[in-house]
Design a binder for this molecule. Sequence first.
Ligand code: FES
Ligand SMILES: [Fe+2]
Length: 416
Amino acid sequence: MIDVGNLIQGARIHGSLYRDPDVFERELNEIWYKVWVYVGHESEIPKPGDFVRRAIGRQPVIVVRGSDGKVNAFFNRCRHRGNMVCHAERGNTAVFTCPYHGWSYANTGALLQPTFEEGYDSNLQREDFALVPLPRVAAYRGLIFASVSPVGITLDEHLGGAKEFIDLFMDLSPVGTVSLRAGNQKVRYGGNWKFMPENSMEGDYHGPFIHKVAFDLHAKKTGFDVASLYENEVPDVIRSLPGGHMVEDYRGATIAPPKRPPSAARIAYAEAMKEAYGEEKAGRLLGTMAPLIYIFPNLMYLMTHIRVVQPVSVDETFVYYQPMMLDGVPNEINEERLRMHEFMFGAAGFISPDDIEIMERIQTAVNAGGNEWLFIGRGEHRDTIYPDGGSTGYTMDENHIRGFWKHYSGVMNAGA
Ligand code: FES
Ligand SMILES: [Fe+2]
């Protein structure tokens, strides 16, 4: 068996971690089928019968609000002969009917009707043939997580210190809730899934290079010059949290006031925030950029959207971008967020397509082999390490990526 520990040596990462199919199989078993994995947001399934089709690793999953109002996650596998009972990506239904031989299931999972039942004897008891629920489902601030494993730490323990940062972006809404109702943009890339969290949480280091055009345009448009963040590197921005989570924490970096006077919608938004959280907290929430965050292994929040990573094989990955709309704000504020999303992360945006291109290029190079050890050592000499094992670093440091790999190594070797 592969000893992943040998492939991760402090700030040196072996290229085979991105190309070896055996590593990928082990990731499925040790990560995707053990830990808490994000499967959807409550706003996607607000009404009884609403469902979304998702996956955890290779496992097809249905996340559904049953007629009883309870959110469940089921393996999307018919108890007859294994067909996926649900093929629609989303919808509303009281009954899932398997298209193969017509068995039907309630949206609470119960087997309603096996077809041509007179051909079965007592070997088919309906209660033994319900859709199989994922053993654990839990939510935090509307974010629904599930685990294929019946045992392990609680979701609360898994999120740990990350909850503070989730709260910060959720509290951009004066009513404290958000909606993923603006569509789901899907991207496929020919590269390993781990490139996505590594890349998504370090815009400051690679930004000046691959995103120069976008940053310059953004500064011109909004008056907020991202360059100011990396020209004056500041400590404690890049965070590694226990559990493999990563954060870009901009609470210390004030947003430059906009060049133009605020719109009526902006003024109304600021008022609603003041009303909800008080002047001091509202000022903090609106006066800094909300943190960018990665929750191990598949969930991210970046500026405008929730991003979800879905591994397909060792060198193929799907990514889903869902713009995050704030509840309780003027429409114009959400429209601004959408326009910003399109500008940066849309299919023809100025940011994401370049990141994706880089990931495919890295895959091409690591697939070929040769000078195998990749280096993630920036800032290692000046990390601030906390008693819980987390760390902070300067704006362009790689301490968070080192933290990710340290956690990954622990999880991958746990079952060894
Ligand atoms: S496989 Fe579903 S009804 Fe036969
Ligand atoms: Fe980027």
